[in-house]
Design a protein around this ligand. Structure first.
Ligand code: DSN
Length: 433
């Protein structure tokens, strides 16, 4: 994009933007939750829609002047519903954490129980980690993998926990789990104990939209939350999708599964948020249109193919992956077992040669999270640049060479930069002029 007002108005900020552009242009992004938005999404995000307050929902706002906010939010809602086969979508949550809290607030009373994946087995902080406010407000019970060598969730134990604790929500979802989830089995357990079935699909929403992975809503889940900026390739934001009958959010409905859409709308506003960010809603609408194209389906398939290739190449070079592979876009590399180095050490080593990933606790990790015994890496961003299996083979080689000290860091860094420059980011350039 060409910038004219910013370089003149605030050269200090523009220099920082140029620095980030260069970092993204020259570096290989392997953090599995990051991606690149298109220039169309970027343009929508940087519009004057940011000027407008629009508390409420389309057609039922508290302030005047809502002709165009209503149009754009209605468009985003319709696109989200069509893409994910949902009865209702709320596109206002400011982030994934806010979206999850809104669902808890919509359905639970203080002290109610949620059954969710253990943080150290791949669950997310917002699924009840003790440091969160949600963990003070609600009671979280945790399920785990049965066997970390296969990654299969222990569904029998999950069912026993559900029967014992009678949770109000059974939550499927993760931020560091490389395997598939048996949604029909989890939904059947939720039905058995009268729980709401909720899926947090933040990491794989783009792969669901691209029909490369199954949709929990098709398996009967009642609610699905997702961020919009990971595999979905939109701006930073979130969407709550649900089954049920959307009603008038100005009236408090009975707490029934049928009323979930209205309960969720009321939990978002006025329950937990104020005015939505309409420039972001506009950018989400653009990203959802892109995600409905055949090209995006091809992208989703290639993300998985690249992850398979990267995992296979790493294991061929002697690396230990948690669960010995992946079914999705990410993998967890056991850096202690593979290189005798902590996750933090490997993160820093690879940062120095232009490859970005994140240290990550492994299942029941004895090390503290700031050191960790592994790293988490994935293929969504590299695939957005057009990289395919041959590039994944080179990436695996550089990771192992850098961690084993088999090549000069400067030499690896030069190769990483040359590869990245040959596959430009879809977010375009940052230029003054
Ligand atoms: N920070 C996101 C991730 O990396 O998985 C989730 O919050």
């Amino acid at each position: 994009m060409n910038y004219s007002a910013l370089p003149q108005g605030d050269p200090e900020v523009f220099r920082i933007l140029q620095g980030e552009y260069q970092r993204e242009h020259d570096g290989l992004e392997l953090i599995p939750s990051e991606n690149y938005v298109s220039e169309a999404v970027l343009e929508a995000l940087g519009t004057l829609m940011t000027n407008k307050y629009s508390e409420g929902t389309p057609g039922r706002r508290y302030y005047g002047g809502q002709t165009y906010t209503d149009q754009v939010e209605s468009l985003a809602i319709a696109r989200a519903k069509a893409l994910f086969n949902a009865d209702h979508a709320n596109v206002q949550p400011l982030s994934g954490a806010a979206a999850n809290l809104c669902v808890y607030a919509a359905w639970l009373e203080l002290g109610d129980t949620v059954l969710a994946m253990d943080l150290s087995h791949g669950g997310h902080l917002t699924h009840g980690a003790p440091v969160t406010f949600a963990a003070k407000a609600f009671k979280f019970i945790r399920y785990k993998m049965k066997d970390v060598e296969t990654g299969e969730i222990d569904y029998d134990h999950l069912e026993r926990l559900a029967l014992e604790h009678k949770p109000k929500i059974i939550l499927a979802g993760f931020s560091a789990y490389p395997r598939s989830i048996d949604y029909p089995r989890m939904k059947a357990i939720a039905d058995k104990v009268g729980a709401m079935a909720m899926a947090d699909m933040a990491h794989i929403a783009g792969l669901i939209a691209g029909k490369a992975l199954p949709n929990p809503l098709d398996a009967g889940f009642h609610v699905m939350t997702t961020t919009t900026h990971k595999t979905l390739r939109g701006p930073r934001g979130a969407v709550i999708l649900s089954r049920g009958t959307p009603g008038n959010p100005l009236r408090a409905p009975e707490k029934t599964l049928e009323n979930l859409p209205t309960l969720i709308d009321r939990a978002v506003f006025p329950g937990l948020q104020g005015g939505p960010h309409m420039n972001k809603v506009m950018a989400i609408a653009v990203a959802l249109k892109e995600a409905a194209t055949p090209a995006f389906r091809q992208y989703a398939r290639q993300v998985l193919a690249n992850a398979q290739a990267l995992a296979a190449q790493l294991m061929e070079r002697g690396c230990k992956l948690v669960t010995n592979g992946t079914d999705n876009h990410m993998m967890l590399l056991d850096t202690m077992a593979s290189f005798g180095k902590t996750g933090q050490e490997v993160q820093e080593l690879l940062d120095a040669v232009g490859m970005t990933l994140n240290k990550n606790a492994l299942p029941d990790d004895p090390l503290p999270p700031f050191k960790a015994s592994g790293v988490r890496l994935g293929t969504p961003a590299a695939t957005s640049r057009g990289m395919k299996e041959p590039e994944m083979e080179r990436v695996a080689g550089w990771i192992v060479d850098a961690c084993q000290g088999r090549a000069e860091p400067a030499q690896i860094a030069a190769q990483v930069k040359a590869l990245c420059n040959a596959f430009p980011s879809p977010s375009g350039k940052v230029q003054a002029g």
